[in-house]
Write a protein that binds this ligand. Sequence first.
Ligand SMILES: *[C@@H]1O[C@H](CO)[C@@H](O)[C@H](O)[C@H]1NC(C)=O
Ligand SMILES: *[C@@H]1O[C@H](CO)[C@@H](O)[C@H](O)[C@H]1NC(C)=O
Ligand SMILES: *[C@@H]1O[C@H](CO)[C@@H](O)[C@H](O)[C@H]1NC(C)=O
Ligand SMILES: *[C@@H]1O[C@H](CO)[C@@H](O)[C@H](O)[C@H]1NC(C)=O
Ligand SMILES: *[C@@H]1O[C@H](CO)[C@@H](O)[C@H](O)[C@H]1NC(C)=O
Ligand SMILES: *[C@@H]1O[C@H](CO)[C@@H](O)[C@H](O)[C@H]1NC(C)=O
Length: 585
Amino acid sequence: MSVNMGIICVCVVLFMAIEAMGIVTRAAPMDQIPENKNVLNKTRPQFQSLTRPIDYTFKLPIATNSWPEGNGFAGGILDLGGLQVSQASTFRKVWCAYDGGQDNQGASVYEPTSLPEGFSMLGSYSQPNNKPLFGYVLVAKDVSSSTSNVTLKPPIDYTLLWNTSSLSTNQNSTLYIWLPVAPDDYKALGHVVTTTPDKPSVDKIMCVRSDLTEQCETSSWIWGSNDINFYDVRPSNRGTQAPGVRVGTFVVQIGGNSNPPSISSLKNLNSISKIMPNEKQIEGILQVYSPFLFLHSDEDYFPSSVNWFFSNGALLYKKGDESNPIPIQQNGTNLPQDPNYDDAYWIDLPVDDANKENVKHGNLESAESYVHVKPMFGGTFTDITMWIFYPFNGPARAKVKFINIKLEKIGEHVGDWEHVTLRVSNLDGQLWQMYFSQHSKGSWVDSSLLEFQNDTTKRPIVYASLHGHATYPHEGLVLLGKNGIGVRDDTDKSSNVIDMRKFVLVSADYLGFVEEPAWLNFFREWGPKVDYNLDDQLEKLKKALLIKKLKEAFEKMIRALPNEMLGEEGPIGPKAKKDWSGDEI
Ligand SMILES: *[C@@H]1O[C@H](CO)[C@@H](O)[C@H](O)[C@H]1NC(C)=O
Ligand SMILES: *[C@@H]1O[C@H](CO)[C@@H](O)[C@H](O)[C@H]1NC(C)=O
Ligand SMILES: *[C@@H]1O[C@H](CO)[C@@H](O)[C@H](O)[C@H]1NC(C)=O
Ligand SMILES: *[C@@H]1O[C@H](CO)[C@@H](O)[C@H](O)[C@H]1NC(C)=O
Ligand SMILES: *[C@@H]1O[C@H](CO)[C@@H](O)[C@H](O)[C@H]1NC(C)=O
Ligand SMILES: *[C@@H]1O[C@H](CO)[C@@H](O)[C@H](O)[C@H]1NC(C)=O
C-alpha cells in the first residue's frame, strides 16, 4: 500500500504495533549460535542459565572481501579533510546490564580495540543485548599538513557524567561514564567508560576540530530508565547532499531526551562521492546482497515490470479530457515530464474489463527491481534503493479478535510502489542495515536480524504482505492495531519469489551518466482518485460481526483511519517521494 506523500495511511497511526509485536527484533538464526551455549557460566556466575543474542558476534554469511576495481570503495579508510577515519568493530566489553532495556535483556558497553596504526578512539560503543553483537565506531587519524592547527587533540579533562551504582538493575560492576572536556574549537564525539571512579587518562581518546563536526541527534534507544538513558546518535541533517558522518558512538542522556546530545557527529569536508561505488562495484554489491522477495501464497496482485504495465494497456488521463485517455508508450516516453504534483494527469488501468483484470493481477515473469543509488552519511555509506512495481494494491483485511474481514474497497488502489533499501558501508563494503517500506513509512533492520536464503548465495530475504505488499524481514502476521482489532499484514514463504538481482539501474546522480527512464520523471499519481460511500461499506462489512461491541470497535478502528486512506488514492512514483534525496522515514 504505497500512498501519496502527504497521505498518512491506516497503518501509520498504528504502526508502532509492529515494533511492539517484536517483529523487528529477533534472536540470532540458529546457525549462528555456538554449540556450547554455556560458555558464559564462568563470567556470569549469578545469571548462569542466561545467554543472550549479544553473546554472539554476528558476521554476514556472505564473503565480501573482493570487489571490482574502483576509487576506494571498501578500501577501509576515508579522508574527510585532514582527518582519516576507519571503522573499528573489534571491541572489549567494559560493562553489561542483565536487565532493563529492550525485551528486558539489558545492554552492553564496549571500547574499540586493535585500532589501525596511528588511529585514535573517538568514543565508546553500546547496544542492546537482545541482538547479536554487530556495530562499529569510527576511529581517526590526523593527516592535516598543519602542525599548529591539527584536526585531533586530546581532551583537557573529563567530566564524570554519571555512575550506575544507585541503579537497581543487575549489572556486573558499576559503570562510570565520562564526557571528555574538549579544548577550545574542538568537540567530543563520544564517551570514555570505566568500571572504577578513577579519572581516565587524557590519552585515551581524541576530540575533533570543530569544522569537521556537526550537530547530531539521538536515534534509537539502547537502554535506560527515568534518570539515565543510552542512545545511538546520527547526524541531524541527513540526505544525499548532507555531509554529516555517523560515528557509531553512543551518548548518555541524563534526565530525559529533550536536551541535545553532549557529543557531535563528524562531517565530510571532501567530496561526498569520493568512495562511492562505481558502476561495476554497484553490480558487484547487487550480486552479493540483492534480496529474494517472497510473495504471499494467497497473493493475486503480482508485480510486473513497468514496461509490461504500459504495453498491456495502462492509460494516461488528462484532467478535463477524461473521455480520451491515451495509451502509454514503452518507457513512458509520452508521460508528462514536468516536476509538478498536481492532478492534471494520472495513470489508470485499461477500460475494458478483460484487460483491466489481466493488468490488475500483474505479471511475475516480467517483474524486475528498479535501482536508485545514493550517498548517505557524508558518503560513508551507499544507500541502494530497490523499487518494485505492482499494478494493483488489493483490498486490505482486518482482524477483529478471531474474525477476519475483507475490507473490499478500503485500501485498494491502482499502482503500488514498494521498496527496500540496502545500506552498505563504503569503508568495509558490508551490508549494515536494510530498510523495509511499510505503508508510507517503514523500518531499518540491522543485518544481524535479517534472514538469509539457505543456498550458496546466502542473500537476504524480504517478505511482501498479502495485497498491500508492505515489506517485512520475517514471515507471520503483523496486526496494525491494538487489543486484537486492526488491519492485518500477512506474509509467508510461498513459491512465488522474485530474485531482485534482476535489476535495472534507473538513477545514480553521482555517477553522472545513468539515463533515467521517462516514467521516473512522471511526478503525478500512478492511479486515479476514487471516492466511495464509507457508510455503505461499513454497514455491509459489519454484518460479518455478530456481537454489537465488536461491530462498534471495528467501526471505530476504521473511522479512525485518515480520510486519505479511506478514499482510494493512487501513489506517486519513486522520484516524487521524500526519501528520494533524503533519509528513509
Ligand atoms: C552452565 O549452566 C547451566 C545451567 O545452569 C548448566 O546446566 C551447565 O552445566 C553449566 N555449564 C558449565 C560449563 O558450567
Ligand atoms: C584551523 O583550521 C580551520 C579550518 O581550516 C579554521 O576554521 C580555523 O580557524 C583554524 N584555526 C586556527 C587557530 O588557525
Ligand atoms: C556515584 O553515584 C552515587 C549515586 O548517584 C553518588 O552518591 C556517588 O557520589 C557517585 N560516585 C562518584 C565517584 O561520583
Ligand atoms: C564485567 O564484564 C566485563 C565484560 O565481560 C568484564 O571485563 C568485567 O571485568 C566485568 N566486571 C566484573 C566486576 O565482573
Ligand atoms: C540449509 O540447507 C541445507 C542443505 O540443503 C540443509 O541441510 C540445512 O538443514 C538447511 N538449514 C536450514 C536452517 O534450513
Ligand atoms: C526502453 O525500454 C526498452 C525495453 O525495456 C529498453 O531496452 C530501452 O533501453 C529503453 N529506452 C530508454 C531510452 O530508456
